[in-house]
Design a protein around this ligand. Structure first.
Ligand code: HEC
Length: 96
C-alpha cells in the first residue's frame, strides 16, 4: 500500500511537469480529508454545470469516474489538482 501511494505521488509529480493534454492525471483516490472533499464538491458544483446539468455522482462507480473525468476535466479546464479533488469528492459520495 505504501509503495502504491509513493508510486501515485511520483506519477502525479511527473504529470505536473510534463503537463501534456493527453495525460491521465487521476488514476485513483488521493485525498480523503473533509477539507479537500469540500473543495472538490465546490469545484464540481461550479465547473461541471456549464455545459450540462450537474451529473449524479452515483452515475459512475470509482473506475467509471476515472474515465469520465479524464474526458471532462480538460473541458472544465481543471488543473490536475482540481481534477483530483473533484474525483475524490465524487467517489466519496457515489456509493449507492
Ligand atoms: C465545456 C463543456 C463541458 C464541461 C465544462 C463539462 N462537461 Fe461533461 N459533458 C460535456 C459534453 C459535450 C458531454 C456529452 C459528450 C460526451 O459524453 O463526451 C458531456 C457528458 C458528461 C457526462 C455523461 C457521459 C458519461 O461519461 O457519463 C458526465 C457524467 C459528465 N459530462 C460529467 C462532467 C463533470 C463531472 C464535469 C466537471 C469536471 C463536466 N462534465 C464538465 C461537456 C462538458
Amino acid at each position: 500500500m505504501k509503495k502504491l501511494f509513493l508510486g501515485m505521488i511520483t506519477a502525479s509529480a511527473l504529470t505536473v511537469v510534463s503537463c501534456g493534454p493527453k495525460s491521465v492525471a487521476v488514476t485513483g483516490p488521493k485525498y480523503t480529508s473533509s477539507e479537500h472533499l469540500a473543495q472538490g464538491k465546490s469545484i464540481f458544483e461550479n465547473s461541471c454545470n456549464r455545459c450540462h446539468k450537474l451529473p449524479d455522482p452515483a452515475k459512475h462507480d470509482d473506475q467509471g469516474w476515472i474515465n469520465t473525468l479524464s474526458r471532462m476535466a480538460p473541458k472544465a479546464k481543471l488543473t490536475d489538482e482540481q481534477h483530483q479533488m473533484v474525483y475524490d469528492y465524487l467517489i466519496s459520495v457515489n456509493k449507492k
